[in-house]
Design a protein around this ligand. Structure first.
Ligand SMILES: Cc1ncc(COP(=O)(O)O)c(C=O)c1O
Length: 430
């Protein structure tokens, strides 16, 4: 073989000044020839198609990121102020502790579980900083895969955020669906949900969207959460709350944490994934948290030790900038008050756009019912548009959304709401 290479190299060298060694070694083998081309991400693929569209009318309703009324990315005034405060402190860039800064962890646990949480008072919570909401879910699911000794299957609402089943698939964890959305009534299917809960094996994990369900925008009412909590307790299931939108549903972070706090009060040993991507607009900072509410302090300490071991081999320790911003806001009464106002403003703008969109479609004489646009909550609206109608929205009107008909109302503003209403009316008229 060395002889062949030598001969080849001489020939190649004689003909041109090409780097013969690299050609020869490439020809020898392709170590990755087994890797197939993967499909684009359903949501980020929409963003990509939007970017390529040159029409001035184009609207992106695919990605769940808040835009202001000029359709521009929004930096919350509370976040700007926090950044200025942090800059003035001239802090260093040392590593954060493996589980994140304990002050940060304490603040976010209280934001989720409430200031009066018994679990926090009794030090029964194991809370770590995570890489936003996705990282919290990934860490939580992985922890379940490694340490959970009961029915290791995760039941998810149907439909749910596409990344939930994908994370389970990556980890080889069984996931199943329970009924959540009723396409006939366009409402939460309490009866179907309860029937499915009754068929789950004891100890199974039930994934719940704490508020502003993605993609449907439909949450159980407080009295329905009560029922769910009771039967989940009776069936001895483990509730895993995904809270990616605290504040976005009602404009109040306390109202939106209702289910989480109710379950904790009822004695559930909940798991809680938190994200500050949406409610602080810290999308790219990737800051969030994962909390296990445990039976006792001793278990919480053991859980914490294992979480740290898991994090150490995943990403060693979390990033510091995002958590500093969150800490600055949550630890200052003035900044926190400003942030609560900012969250309310974002939620209110979305509610106003829902109203304008519905009015815009109805005033064009639509024969369909559009009350779900205003009855649903949070960032998303499950419009009911069929895949072929979604295609027309994009082809004829340059409006981008996911195939399931979900739109991010946060992408609608005063200058494009009539265009979106016109498009929705036209594609559903014929
Ligand atoms: C239901 C749900 N969970 C979790 C996330 C995680 O978001 P991030 O990782 O940006 O915090 C999202 C984001 O769209 C979501 O919709």
């Amino acid at each position: 073989m060395p002889h062949v290479l030598a001969k080849m190299s001489m020939q190649l060298l004689a003909k041109s000044n090409v780097d013969f060694l690299s050609i020869a070694s490439r020809a020898q083998s392709n170590y990755w020839s087994n890797v197939p081309m993967g499909p684009p991400d359903a949501i980020l693929g929409v963003a990509e198609a939007f970017r390529k569209d040159t029409s001035p009318k184009k609207v992106n309703l695919g990605v769940g990121a808040y835009r202001d009324d000029n359709n521009k990315p929004y930096v919350l005034p509370s976040v700007r102020q926090a950044e200025e405060n942090i800059f003035k402190k001239c802090l260093n860039h040392e590593y954060a502790p493996i589980g994140g800064d304990p002050v940060y962890c304490d603040l976010i646990a209280k934001l989720g579980l409430g200031e009066n949480s018994l679990a926090i008072k009794e030090k029964r919570n194991a809370t770590v900083q995570s890489i936003s909401g996705t990282g919290a879910l990934r860490l939580g699911f992985e922890f379940i895969g490694k340490h959970y000794n009961h029915a290791r299957e995760i039941w998810m609402p149907s439909p749910t955020w596409g990344n939930h089943p994908q994370i389970c698939n990556t980890l080889g964890i069984t996931h199943k669906k329970y009924r959540y959305y009723d396409p006939n009534t366009l409402k939460f299917n309490l009866k179907g949900c309860c029937e499915d809960i009754c068929s789950m094996p004891p100890g199974a994990i039930i994934l719940l969207h704490a508020c502003a369900h993605n993609p449907t925008g439909i949450d159980p009412k407080p009295e329905e959460w009560q029922i769910l909590s009771e039967i989940i307790k009776e069936k001895r299931l483990l509730p895993f709350f995904d809270m990616a939108y605290q504040g976005f549903a009602t404009g109040s972070v306390d109202n939106d944490a209702f289910a989480v706090r109710l379950f904790e009060k009822h004695g559930h040993q909940i798991i809680l994934a938190q994200s500050f991507a949406k409610n602080m607009g810290l999308y790219g900072e990737r800051v969030g948290g994962l909390t296990f509410v445990c039976a006792d302090q001793d278990t919480a300490a053991k859980m914490m030790s294992q979480l740290k071991i898991m994090i150490r081999t995943l990403y060693s320790n979390p990033s510091i900038n995002g958590s500093r911003i969150v800490t600055e806001i949550l630890s200052s009464p003035e900044l926190k008050a400003q942030w609560l106002k900012d969250v309310k403003e974002m939620a209110d703008r979305i509610i106003l756009m829902r109203k304008k969109l519905r009015e815009g479609i109805e005033k064009r004489g639509s024969k369909h019912k559009w009350d779900h646009i205003t009855s649903q909550i949070g960032m998303f609206c499950y419009t009911g548009l069929k895949p072929e109608q979604v295609l027309r929205m994009t082809k004829e009107f340059h409006i981008y959304l996911t195939k399931d008909g979900r739109i991010s109302v946060a992408g609608i503003c005063s200058s494009n709401v009539e265009h979106v209403a016109e498009a929705m009316h036209k594609v559903t008229a014929s």
